[in-house]
Design a protein. Structure first.
Length: 535
């Protein structure tokens, strides 16, 4: 039953052919392909459907080719109808012109489909992408060859046409000099690949990415998402700057970020602080090679001018990347205690005296003491000892995404977070780092490096802008020298924190925890005494 249902359309088609066999024979005669006419038409349509799925970018061309095929079939049927109803194929001018027009339209459809097969499927399979203008030229040349061939076979004298076309060409060429200049410019640009789609260019005051090169003009999309249309003749005659394009080198464009610092700070200190911050943690869209540089650009009346030079990898993101670089510079200078300059003529009038300065300093110290009281490591210290540490602590801000410390680094200080969040990451055996914890306001890290001098056990990255205090070995050493017994209390706190983590990781029971606690505390106490020379 199913097989019978499938055969019904085919049987109806055969019946139609039998009833109209004489007309169908005329159609095959006009088409010149015998009994394969309908199969060729169906094959063409099937190929068009396959190409539409394989090459979505050329669907418009494929649809046009399919419509041309249908027009061609209509022309063949119309020419066949003329013959079927009495026109003589040998003498009928209408038949001859309709038939040759249908064949020309069919050839145009075939040429367009063939261009998709050759340029998009075959050449695309081997990663070759010829200039689009070359494709258009070959298609146009094919049209001309087909037209000349069909006109010649239809008996038209081409001598007069060639002579007339020469005169017309001269007149048109003289009147369309600018247009032809644009066309020739477009051909030269694409054939020589002077400018390619995707290039970043600067023409006069316009800067953007090339999105399209056509016969007459080139379209450039700016960073503001505006499209600038430039005649090709302008590109050929004028000066065009190709941004970030070097032969055999990655596309990188050098950016400059300027800032000013007061004369009181040495250029070597400024440059070291800025370069260290920029190179410590990779910045998105900033090339690692060549690395960012910081240079002195000029001496002004009341400040020194500096510039950071870095290589941008994505030219569409100049402003956002410049912003991130400026943030790194700002926070690096704050950590180093270096102030950005202000104009010399700026006058600040504020009531200030020694009493006010002392009061502000006392409030700051009191805030730091409260911060130290929340840190378990310093619970055994007296109020005076905590105040002594508070006076020696320094402010250390970090911008979001900046590395606060790196795994394996030797840094003999501790950080106490007063505002913001940070991510702790650990890498093992050279593998990618893995997130293990998140630090929040009030947390601290780096205690083992401060007390024993061991390298950092993890990398800490600022998840937000982070404000924190930094306490180094020198600030803590005086207290331990005066009261060495503190080392035992601190070693107990450090050992307990470490053993608690190991117990969770290794599943230790209470007895194993006590044994490891005793061993770990003894080892840490010895290392603290050695590090601070308490023996």
């Amino acid at each position: 039953m199913l097989l019978h249902a499938v055969n019904i359309p085919y049987l109806l088609y055969q019946r139609f052919l039998m009833e109209h066999s004489s007309f169908w024979q005329v159609v095959q005669m006009v088409a010149g392909v015998g009994g394969a006419f309908h199969w060729l038409a169906l094959g063409f349509i099937a190929l068009a459907l396959i190409l539409s799925a394989l090459v979505p970018a050329e669907r418009r061309r494929i649809r046009v080719a399919t419509l041309l095929l249908l027009f061609s079939i209509f022309g063949v049927f119309f020419a066949a109808a003329l013959v079927y109803y009495g026109s003589d194929p040998a003498t009928s001018t209408a038949f001859r012109w309709v038939r040759w027009a249908a064949l020309f339209i069919l050839c145009v459809a075939i040429i367009n489909i063939a261009s998709v097969v050759i340029f998009d499927v075959l050449l695309g399979a081997v990663k070759l992408k010829p200039p689009r203008i070359l494709r258009d030229l070959l298609i146009a040349f094919s049209y001309i060859i087909v037209a000349i061939t069909l006109l010649s076979r239809s008996g038209v004298d081409l001598t007069g046409i060639v002579a007339t076309s020469a005169v017309i060409t001269a007149v048109v060429g003289f009147s369309l000099q600018d247009t032809l200049g644009n066309v020739m410019g477009g051909m030269a640009l694409q054939m020589e690949r002077t400018i390619s789609v995707g290039d970043w260019v600067r023409v006069d005051q316009q800067e953007g990415r090339v999105v399209e090169i056509r016969w007459r003009q080139t379209s450039i999309e700016t960073r503001n998402w505006d499209t600038v249309v430039i005649p090709n003749s302008v590109l050929m005659k004028g000066q065009v700057l190709l941004l970030a394009r070097r032969t055999g080198a990655p596309r990188q464009h050098r950016q400059w970020v300027y800032f000013n610092v007061d004369f009181r700070f040495a250029p070597t200190d400024v440059i070291e602080a800025v370069v260290t911050a920029l190179c410590a943690e990779p910045i998105e869209n900033v090339a690692s090679e060549p690395p960012p540089q910081c240079i002195v650009t000029d001496f002004k009346e009341s400040y020194i001018s500096y510039a950071v030079r870095y290589w941008l990898t994505d030219l569409a993101l100049t402003d956002p990347t410049d912003s991130v670089v400026r943030q790194r510079i700002y926070f690096a200078l704050r950590r180093a205690g270096i102030q950005l300059s202000i104009p010399a003529q700026t006058l600040f009038i504020t009531e200030d005296d020694e009493h006010r300065r002392q009061r502000k300093r006392a409030e700051e110290i009191e805030q730091r003491v409260k911060t130290l009281q929340r840190v378990e490591l310093f619970h055994t210290l007296t109020d005076d000892e905590r105040r002594s540490l508070a006076e020696r602590m320094t402010v250390a801000p970090f911008v979001r995404g900046e590395a606060m410390t790196r795994q394996g680094a030797v840094a003999h200080w501790l950080y106490i977070i007063t505002e913001g969040d940070a991510e702790v990451r650990i890498s093992a055996d050279g593998n990618l780092s893995k997130h293990v914890a998140t630090l929040h306001t009030g947390d601290f890290f780096g205690e083992m490096s401060l007390m024993t001098g061991e390298p950092r056990a993890a990398t800490v990255i600022a998840q937000t802008d982070v404000e924190c205090y930094r306490l180094d070995k020198k600030s803590f050493q005086d207290i331990l020298q005066r009261r060495p017994e503190i080392a035992e209390d601190i070693s107990h706190i450090l050992a307990r924190r470490r053993v608690e983590l190991e117990a969770v990781r290794d599943g230790l029971n209470e007895e194993a925890k006590r044994n490891r606690m005793s061993h770990t505390q003894g080892d840490l106490l010895r290392r603290i005494r050695d590090f601070f020379t308490l023996n």
